[in-house]
Write a protein that binds this ligand. Structure first.
Ligand code: GUN
Length: 283
């Protein structure tokens, strides 16, 4: 069997169309243009690419976007001051600080300084805690995009075995919570997990977010399973996922490619979260 390819660009386009319509209704109903501020510290080349993509996607959907580029030597206090300014800025509804930050800045302190109501990344402990408690406010974009993709592709989650490889705050943990609240039976695997291959092979839905190119081999996949590849690895200048795509597509029932899978959905969910933040900010 050759797997159905889940085309992330197509699903992302559907979400962006909805966001574009939402932007128009917010302007008509409330006279508000959603505004997103993205802060980037230093000149990490991959981060520059991601931030430029986010800025461009905002422009295409009518969201006002500001990119704030700060030097690598920016102090933690200077960054906190910038965030405070944006927390108070009425034209800005979403604030995103691109990660990773330089080593001299404490990431957790920065993420906690963003007003939870403007936290479009969903990384603030208030939003993470709400998600854990079963209330989805601003939800991290990558796992939220994966849930949308599964829903739009008509893949039912109820009672399914879902296995996530990776336990990061950005993907693995929020992914587990989202799947759990949709009644999947969820297992989270990580670098210390024993018998990982055997666990992965039980999955109806297998999500790979490990950051190791080609980590998921066909022996780790149940025939017919849905395989979602979150990996963005650079191998010899090319983008590679966490899944050995050519081999696994012969076993899986459906699979996301890299590039053109989860990546475009993440950006679409950032736009969707910015629009959602406008609604959440209304009295
Ligand atoms: N760096 C890699 N992924 C992300 C993300 O989703 N949000 C932010 N802020 N930084 C990232």
């Amino acid at each position: 069997m050759t797997a159905k390819i889940l085309d992330g660009n197509w699903f992302a386009g559907q979400i962006r169309e909805r966001v574009r319509n939402e932007v128009v209704s917010l302007q008509q109903e409330l006279g508000i243009t959603p505004g997103l501020a993205v802060i980037i510290v230093g000149d990490n080349p991959a981060s520059q690419v991601y931030v430029n993509r986010k800025h461009k996607a905002c422009g295409e959907t009518g969201i006002h976007s500001v990119v704030i580029r700060l030097a690598e030597q920016t102090t933690q206090n200077e960054l906190l001051q910038k965030i405070e300014e944006l927390n108070r800025d009425g034209s800005i509804h979403g604030i995103l600080v691109q990660l990773p930050l330089p080593a001299h800045i404490d990431e957790m302190v920065i993420l906690q300084a963003i007003s939870p109501a403007k936290d479009v990344d969903g990384f603030h402990p208030f939003n993470m805690g709400s998600l854990a408690a079963g209330r989805e406010l601003l939800v991290p974009c990558t796992p939220a995009g994966i849930v949308r993709l599964l829903e739009m592709a008509g893949i039912d989650l109820e009672g399914k075995r879902a296995v996530i490889i990776g336990r990061s705050n950005i993907v693995g943990k929020p992914m587990a919570l989202l799947l759990l609240s949709r009644n999947a039976t969820v297992t989270v695997c990580h670098s210390r997990t024993r018998e990982l291959a055997a666990i992965a092979r039980e999955a109806d839905i297998l999500i790979a977010a490990v950051g190791k190119p080609g980590f998921v081999k066909p022996e780790m996949v149940k025939p017919g399973a849905v395989v979602i590849d979150v990996g963005i690895n650079r191998v010899e200048g090319k983008l590679a996922g966490d899944v050995d795509f050519p081999a696994v597509r012969e076993v899986a029932g459906a699979i996301t490619p890299v590039p053109g899978g989860v990546g475009p959905l993440t950006i679409s969910m950032l736009l969707a979260n910015t629009v959602k933040a406008v609604r959440l900010l209304q009295p």
